[in-house]
Design a protein around this ligand. Structure first.
Ligand code: FAD
Ligand code: MG
Length: 279
């Protein structure tokens, strides 16, 4: 008998990047592109948000992709097929706005290429011409290439070291497309805060509606704790219930980055302890 929150499949997509299929029919029947879940791996575990990258309402399954960066993601990565994740809450956040915009650029960077995938897929289904740009540090860290090719009219690839596609950043490729004069109606970016900031600076002079899916530290995911507050158009907004997508031209990315680094020392100490088997 399959149990709630049981891991039905697990794959390593790249070193330190894992994909899991989880059984949770409640979430699988409701989730939409752009939404996320909050998971707690074990009794004493912390809450961490993860995007839902794919789902199958019929089978009651959802797919997540995560990078092992600290204690909670390492703990999750240690679970295997058949194991149970203690808590899975969702779907959370607002779905992506999906409509017929015209020509849309979807940008995905690093582990978050997986999070732009359902958005690109739904935008394509809605009739848009989808140009996707995906990028990673190197070829071995490039994930979801074939998935993205399958939902894009055009796929452009960048790597920092040039081991696949163009040598450079996704923002370089984005700049080239905009400079070519091609008419672009909307841009959606999902990546690290720095990448989203750089892409946003590229699109600003062109006045093209640009959407960024923000990734602040988030705890409750339901608008109560306030950990995920960000500054948008000079106002404080809660990413979990008001986002995660915001008009990128209005986002203060410097505040986002500062707050993401607020607990770096404690996180590094906790990871060291964990990797040494001390907690
Ligand atoms: P830690 O060592 O605790 O933290 C490493 C870094 O991650 C920190 O410096 C901080 O910048 C950030 N972080 C720490 N705690 C949190 C937290 N509770 N919430 C958010 N960021 C945190 N990552 C993926 O790999 N795949 C995803 O699909 C994905 N989707 C996300 C969706 C949303 C809406 C948000 C807000 C974040 C998402 N993230 C995703 C980031 C992921 O939640 C963090 O990498 C994870 O929480 C780190 O936890 P840790 O204990 O392993 O690492
Ligand atoms: Mg942590």
């Amino acid at each position: 008998m399959i149990k709630m929150n049981q891991i039905l499949d697990k794959r390593e997509l790249a070193p330190g990047i894992k994909e899991m299929v989880i059984y949770n029919p409640n979430i699988a029947s409701k989730v939409k592109a752009g939404q996320f879940i909050v998971v707690r791996v074990c009794e004493e575990g912390e809450r961490i948000p993860l995007n839902v990258v794919d789902w199958d309402g019929g089978r009651g399954t959802l797919k997540i992709v995560f990078q092992e960066v600290g204690v909670s993601t390492y703990k999750l990565g240690k679970l295997g097929i058949g194991d149970l994740i203690m808590d899975v809450v969702g779907p959370l956040g607002n779905p992506s706005e999906i409509s017929l915009f015209g020509t849309v650029i979807c940008v995905g960077e690093g582990v978050r290429i997986s999070a732009i995938y359902p958005v690109a897929r739904e935008l394509k289904k809605a009739g848009n011409k989808v140009i996707s740009i995906i990028g990673a540090k190197s070829k071995e860290l490039l994930i979801y290439m074939e998935e993205m090719r399958g939902v894009s009219d055009e796929l452009r690839i960048t790597t920092d070291d040039g081991s696949e596609g163009r040598r450079g950043l996704v923002s370089d490729e984005l700049r080239d497309i905009l400079e070519s004069g091609l008419k672009i109606d909307r841009i959606v970016i999902v990546g690290s805060a720095m990448t989203m900031k750089m892409c946003t600076e590229v699109t600003k002079p062109y006045h093209i509606k640009t959407i960024a899916s923000l990734n602040p530290i988030m705890i409750c995911g339901m608008g109560m704790c306030g950990a995920c507050r960000v500054e948008v158009a000079g106002k404080t907004r809660f990413t979990c219930i008001e986002g995660p997508e915001f008009d990128a031209h209005q986002v203060n990315f410097d505040v986002l980055m500062m707050r993401l680094n607020a607990y770096k020392t404690e996180e590094q100490m906790a990871l060291k302890r964990f990797l040494e088997g001390r907690g």
